[in-house]
Write a protein that binds this ligand. Structure first.
Ligand SMILES: Cc1cc2nc3c(=O)[nH]c(=O)nc-3n(C[C@H](O)[C@H](O)[C@H](O)COP(=O)(O)OP(=O)(O)OC[C@H]3O[C@@H](n4cnc5c(N)ncnc54)[C@H](O)[C@@H]3O)c2cc1C
Length: 322
């Protein structure tokens, strides 16, 4: 099986999720046999190509062009559509990021490939690829198969450990050229603002997270205090981030990070599927919610029905008395 990974770059480095795609691709090729290639595009991609070449791939295709400095759908789509037929991959893996999920569908149209977005698993079943996706509000994992020869899948955070560069074994790097017409370059990125992550929620063992039920920035200090007393990190739902009570790098879920702590304390969080997909790896989930019918109680291990403004201060008091 020929597997091709599209590596997305952030400040000249492959993103963590792209490196997870490399690991997943390696895993599939190790079982099925075949070749793992990786394509990287941008203004200067020498460093990224060199890193990827040491991450267990068999071949890196590097495209350097000024016009590909910032991601834009049309030039990236056109460039990949020129490169891919020669490589004839059976499977193309991309990160399920804003870029990957934007690029995969039009590219699939160009290549007449099946396209499955936001996969949380890929397995080889009887020699055929099976793609797992969380569906029906988190109640089911649906399995998909592509009927086309070529398949494109975008992979969600947490699908594999990110590939790490090794000292031994460096794959061949092939510099490729693509042709882009003026019509392909009608979109221009004028300004790019990047929100930097300052916290590492992925490796946190304890996370105390607050949702809309926390009610105010002032109340959110209770979440921060409880997290600190437990030696943990603060997490949040999108509702809490949108309200400005904490920073976007603390958002957990579909458009935030995926976490797998030993203990996850959800305060004033309803348990919407977009949040739930980010905490499915948590070993123990404790939910504090005023509504006994809150969806989060369907999957939390410990349930505290109550007002978090009363429950959390009690927990803080108990911890301080220890
Ligand atoms: C494309 C897309 C992507 C998204 N990505 C994400 C994502 O990455 N992460 C994410 O979190 N969301 C995401 N969302 C939003 C998601 O759908 C929900 O809207 C969000 O998770 C709800 O946040 P919440 O649980 O804080 O708020 P709510 O759903 O409003 O729940 C608040 C909860 O607090 C409880 N409550 C109220 N007062 C108290 C109190 N005093 N004490 C205790 N409990 C109380 C209520 O009973 C309720 O259950 C996304 C949505 C879309 C459409």
């Amino acid at each position: 099986m020929r597997v091709l990974v599209f590596a997305e770059l952030e400040e000249g480095r492959p993103t963590d999720l792209s490196l997870q795609c490399v690991s997943k691709g390696r895993e599939i090729v190790d079982v099925a046999g075949g070749e793992l290639s990786c394509v990287v595009m941008g203004r200067e991609v020498g460093g990224a190509a060199d890193m990827l070449a040491r991450c267990g791939v068999d071949k890196v295709i590097a495209v350097e062009r000024e016009e590909l400095a910032d991601y834009s759908t049309t030039p990236y789509r056109k460039a990949l559509a020129q490169l891919i037929p020669d490589l004839s991959p059976d499977l193309i893996l991309m990160p399920a990021s804003t870029v990957g999920n934007d690029l995969a569908p039009p590219l699939a149209t160009d290549l007449k490939a099946a396209c499955i977005l936001d996969c949380s698993s890929i397995q080889l079943e009887g020699g055929e690829l099976s793609f797992g996706r969380v569906e029906f509000d988190g109640k089911a994992i649906a399995k998909y198969r592509g009927s086309t020869a070529m398949k494109i899948a975008t992979l969600r955070d947490g699908i594999a450990e990110p590939a790490k560069p090794r000292d031994e074994g460096r794959a061949e790097i092939i510099k490729a050229e693509v042709t882009l017409s003026e019509a392909d370059l009608i979109e221009r990125v004028l300004r790019r603002d990047v929100a930097r992550r300052t916290v590492d929620l992925r490796s946190a063992k304890v996370i105390v997270a607050g949702g809309a039920g926390v009610g105010s920035k002032e109340n959110f200090k209770l979440i921060e205090e409880l997290a600190e007393l437990l030696g943990g990190e603060v997490g949040a739902t999108r509702a809490a981030v949108d309200a400005g009570w904490t920073t976007p790098d603390r958002q957990i879920g579909q458009t935030g990070v995926t976490v797998s702590p030993d203990l996850y304390i959800a305060c004033g969080i309803s348990g919407a599927v977009q949040h739930r997909v980010g905490i499915m790896g948590a070993k123990t989930i404790v939910a504090i919610n005023i509504d006994p019918n809150a969806p989060i109680f369907r999957f939390a291990h410990y349930k505290i029905v109550g007002d978090l403004r009363e429950v959390v201060p009690k927990l803080i008091k108990l911890l301080k008395e220890r």
